[in-house]
Design a protein around this ligand. Structure first.
Ligand SMILES: [Mg+2]
Length: 195
C-alpha cells in the first residue's frame, strides 16, 4: 500500500454521500455550464453541522448526459472544481466527486441504483458504511445507499416523478428519513447518529 493510500484510508470514518442534482444544487437537467450552478438553500449550513458531528463528504452523481453528448468531461470537471471550492469557502471539504457517465443501470456498477460509487469511497477512505448516509432526491439514490449498507435520506422536493416508486425496488427504496431539504434533515440525522 502506498503512503498516499494509507493516508487517505486512516481509521474508519462515517461519511455522507450526496447526490448532486436536486440534492445540493438545482437540477438543471444535464448541467453542462459551470456558470449555471445554483446551490439549494441551506446546504452550506447543513454540511457545516454534519462536519462538526464528524462526517466526511462525497458526491455520488449519475451523469448520463456524458454518453448522451449533453455534458462534456471538461465541463463536468470544472463544475466539480467550482463546487469543491465553494464548499471549501464555507469550511466544508468534499473529498471526492464520483460520477457515473453511463446510460443504464446495466452499464456499470457505478451507476445508481448500483452501489459502486459508495463502495469505491469506502475502499479508498476506509468508510464505515453502517454509520454513513446517502442523500438523494430519487429512489435510485435511496436504493444505492441501502445496497451499500448505509442509512438513507430521500429528499422530496418539487419534481413529481420522484413520487413514482418503482415497484420492483419496493424492498430497497425505503428511506430512513424523508425531508424537503438537506438542512431540514439535520436534527434527524444527528439524532440517529448518536443512537
Ligand atoms: Mg438528483
Amino acid at each position: 500500500m502506498s503512503n498516499n493510500l494509507a493516508n487517505k484510508r486512516g481509521p474508519a470514518k462515517k461519511a455522507i454521500f450526496f447526490d448532486r442534482d436536486g440534492t445540493l444544487i438545482v437540477d438543471k437537467i444535464y448541467l453542462n455550464d459551470p456558470d449555471q450552478i445554483e446551490y439549494l438553500p441551506g446546504v452550506f449550513t447543513a454540511l457545516k453541522k454534519f462536519r462538526d458531528a464528524g462526517f466526511i463528504f462525497f458526491i455520488a452523481t449519475n451523469q448520463s448526459g456524458v454518453p448522451r453528448g449533453r455534458v462534456t468531461i471538461k465541463n463536468l470537471n470544472e463544475i466539480h472544481r467550482r463546487m469543491k471550492a465553494k464548499f471549501a469557502e464555507h469550511g466544508v471539504d468534499i473529498l471526492e466527486f464520483y460520477y457515473a457517465p453511463y446510460l443504464t443501470d446495466h452499464d456499470h456498477i457505478f451507476r445508481k441504483p448500483n452501489p459502486g460509487m459508495l463502495l469505491q469511497a469506502a475502499e479508498e477512505y476506509n468508510v464505515d458504511l453502517g454509520k454513513s448516509w446517502m442523500f438523494g432526491d430519487r429512489l435510485t439514490d435511496v436504493e444505492a445507499g441501502r445496497r451499500a449498507g448505509a442509512r438513507t435520506i430521500w429528499l422530496v422536493n418539487d419534481t413529481a416523478e420522484k413520487f413514482e416508486a418503482d415497484s420492483s425496488r419496493e424492498d430497497l427504496s425505503q428511506p430512513d428519513g424523508c425531508f424537503s431539504s438537506v438542512e431540514e434533515s439535520v436534527p434527524f440525522v444527528l439524532r440517529v447518529d448518536q443512537e
